[in-house]
Ligand binder design. Sequence first.
Ligand code: SAM
Length: 222
Amino acid sequence: MDTARWTEVDRYFADRLRPRDRVLTESVEAGSDLPQIQVSDLLGGLLGVLARTVSARRVLEVGTLFGYSTIHLARALPVDGALITLEYSPEHARIARENIERAGLQDLVEVRVGSALETLPGVAADIDAPFDLVFIDADKQNNPGYLDWALRLTRPGGLIVVDNVVRGGAVTDPQSDRPDVRGTRAMVDALATLVAEQRVDATALQTVGSKGYDGIVLAYVR
Ligand code: SAM
């Protein structure tokens, strides 16, 4: 198996299960000068299905980029739902806001600019009810901190999703000095403690596709 084959299979399913979507296509075009590290369309579809499965009304996203996963998640919300997405780069946030407006989701989505570990305390202070779903997809070295906040801010019965946890298999290397790998491993260790304490049920899913070999962690808050 290789990336060309995975991409072909991605396309097979996307052609059948993911209707052509002008807004998403235009959002990718608008973000074409930014790193193309958004979720795949199929993974975006999974986020939407998960949000609907937990009947999400409130979603927190860490790592906006140009708003591609944001749009997938926000579309799964009811009209009185709310999504807060946290982004470090003002330029990414600017393009994300344009894309969110293009999708007609500006009344549901708030983009907060800054380093997420610095903006999260403000989010915690501002919300009057916990989140139903938290999607973590920013700088991987800070994943332990993001998991900690996600756990505090997610309701029992809610879901935490962490993207890019496999890193092409590098996650299994305890000697790795890569900050992303170390951050991911530390997050998984923290999650293991939460599982042992029966505070969450968690699992991991390896993924292949047009974005290569990676994976997600899913944690259900008990
Ligand atoms: N979730 C997006 C999607 O799938 O469409 C992709 C997000 S991209 C993988 C990661 C984003 O996190 C980038 O836009 C980056 O600027 C942002 N980021 C990096 N460090 C951050 C930090 N400390 N706080 C908030 N955002 C950060």
